[in-house]
Design a protein around this ligand. Structure first.
Ligand SMILES: C[S@@+](CC[C@H](N)C(=O)[O-])C[C@H]1O[C@@H](n2cnc3c(N)ncnc32)[C@H](O)[C@@H]1O
Length: 321
């Protein structure tokens, strides 16, 4: 059973109707989203999801959103056959949750940028950033990928190499020290922070939620606060940062962003463009939680369903002083 104090918090966060929808998504069989890795085109191995479905004699996939070109949805029962296909094992087609793809694209990386991904493994979002750096048909700019946990670090590296990422430098270190070490260096910074992963809770996998507690949420919150400070420190004036988590907890989301906005005068919360076909699945950030007010209405919460993970994201610009 999903912990009752957790579901009660969801009701406080979303209100009863939306909370019910969120809780229902935690027992729905999860569809799979497949992204046509743009780097496969650069290396000459591109395969479309349509070709993959034809090859496996599956029904055609459906597009996920106008905001996510090249991303297709297939039903849960097709997962095993698809995951075994060589287009997936060789990284030409990448299974990625649409919320992750959307968050990484919100950073709006341009060819030539210097980009930092401060919590990178296993690398789904890093791949999206690398593809944006190669949008002109060749690797450009620089991508610095940070991951402190050794097995995850090696998995990240192997994953990126398999998918054709050429311009990345890899750092096995704690992201909290990076800002001080590098100074205001990067045009774009992504912080997909380690979190309590509340939106990944699923009734079919009790291990996804048995360790949940408010204490764990608070522990994550402390780490996220110093990671965000470090990420902001590494950002050039005029640069953009995206902070995101797959947790619903305000302590890991709005509270972290509000604390940065309070501390850094140059930090400004920016709107994230949402296309019409996503309007029903997003909400503004909370402006109040447990007697505390936040100026976080411009942040975004993606509501989960049988395909999309729940996500929080905030886009922050560092103004020139
Ligand atoms: C949410 S996951 C990142 C997922 C990744 N961005 C992706 O899209 O595939 C968070 C990552 O942060 C790493 N992490 C934990 N503590 C960290 C720290 N102090 N500094 C940087 N990364 C950390 C975790 O090991 C984990 O790999």
């Amino acid at each position: 059973m999903i912990p009752v104090d957790f579901t009660e918090r969801l009701t406080q966060i979303f209100g009863p109707q939306t909370a019910e929808r969120v809780i229902a998504s935690m027992s729905a069989p999860k569809a799979i989203a497949l992204w046509e890795n743009p780097l496969a085109k650069v290396r000459g191995t591109a395969v479309s999801v349509a070709e993959l479905c034809t090859d496996l004699q599956l029904a055609p996939a459906t597009p996920v959103s106008s905001a996510l070109p090249g991303c297709w949805q297939v039903p849960p029962e097709q997962r095993d056959a698809i995951m075994r296909h060589e287009a997936v094992s060789e990284g030409d087609i990448y299974p990625i949750n649409p919320s992750s793809l959307f968050a990484a694209r919100a950073l709006d990386v341009q060819p030539g940028d210097e980009v930092l991904d401060l919590a990178a493994a296993p690398g789904g979002k890093s791949l999206v950033l690398a593809a944006a750096l190669s949008a002109n048909g060749a690797a450009s700019g620089r991508l610095a990928l940070v991951e402190p946990v050794k097995p995850r670090f090696f998995r990240l590296r192997a994953n990126m190499e398999r998918c054709g990422v050429l311009q990345a430098d890899y750092y096995q270190r704690d992201g909290r020290g990076v800002g001080v070490a590098v100074g205001e260096r990067f045009d774009r910074v992504l912080l997909d922070a380690p979190c309590s992963s509340e939106s990944r809770f699923h009734t079919s996998e009790p291990s996804s939620f048995t360790h949940w507690s408010l204490r764990k949420v608070r522990e994550c919150s402390r780490k996220q606060k110093s990671l965000l400070r470090s990420a902001y420190r590494a950002l050039k004036p005029g640069g953009t940062l995206v902070y995101c988590t797959c947790s619903f907890a305000p302590e890991e989301n709005e509270k972290i962003v509000a604390s940065l906005l309070k501390r850094e005068e140059s930090a400004q919360l920016m709107p994230v463009a949402v296309p019409a076909d996503m309007a029903e699945r997003v909400q503004s950030g909370l402006t109040q939680w447990e007697k505390r007010s936040f100026e976080c209405a411009t942040a975004l919460r993606v509501l989960p369903d049988a395909l999309w993970d729940g996500f929080f994201m905030a886009k922050i610009e560092k103004r020139h002083s």
